[in-house]
Design a protein around this ligand. Sequence first.
Ligand code: ASP
Length: 325
Amino acid sequence: MTSQITVLATGGTIAGIAGSAIAKDYAAGQISIEDYLDQVGGLGLEAEFSGQQIANIDSADIGPKEWNALHPAIMAALNDETCDGVIVTHGTDTLEETAFLLDLTLPANKPVVLVGAMRPADAVGYDGLRNFANAVRVASDPAAAGRGVLVVMGDRVFGARDVRKVRTRGTDAFRGFPRESVALVTPSSLEWFGAPWRTQGGAQFAWCDDLPEVGVVHVHAGLDGQSVGRFIGDTMRGVVIAGVGEGNLPEPVRQELVRRRGEGLLVVRASRADEGLVDREPEDEANGFVAARALNPQKARLLLQLLIANGVSDPAAIQQAFDGS
Ligand code: ASP
């Protein structure tokens, strides 16, 4: 049966142009959704598409403005009974952040799939059409519902909370942690590893179009408390520490954060290590800190922003949300 897929385009390399098949430099976000879907029409996929241009930019520039346009557009598609699934085309650099934010704030009743490319559309070996055809395969499968927002890159399907860009080059730039991937996909096959996990179906958090200010501090040897204090300033409501090892930080930084915690700042400890699991330690209780568990710093930031926006400010309740994420 022919699936009805809504495609929301935001730009990135999947819509990028180099001007030559072998050029190194290129511009992301050049091809319009109409032209893109014209190309896709030649693939013979069993799907009909309706497209909408949300933005056409490099994903380094994606932020609240684009998210505030994207979220209602996805909701409209999910509420449209003729729509079987949604695909969002996106730059790969911040794809994991948009995916995770949407995962936390969308219902899981229909497939929502984010897809990108590592090579621009006119480059030799363009991966964007292959990834897109794979994304159509996933978005057309009713069994993709109940798994939250999914990311399709390089013949793999990742859960939004696991997925991370781990390489700056090459078409195998993504992996998942702690779950590696949740399915293998080609344009004609899809193999899920296990059952859907979002059995409740509803959104976990209400959407907020004005997320509070939360920063990320990247810890390095010799980092001092004063520069961290200056970075936090007067307006941040929370901070995520990309700590060394299992979310560790120099003593002067800990002291500064404990002092700011006394003024109401929320502090989450994550790790700067690629596969950083940060468990709660006894000192977290005394410090008033929260452990990010398996979330990397950029995703921990989004969860903390949503928690604050939804009125959660007690570290124990925030810890519970991170434990469950
Ligand atoms: N800089 C590009 C972007 O994130 C990279 C890509 O899409 O692969 O928009």
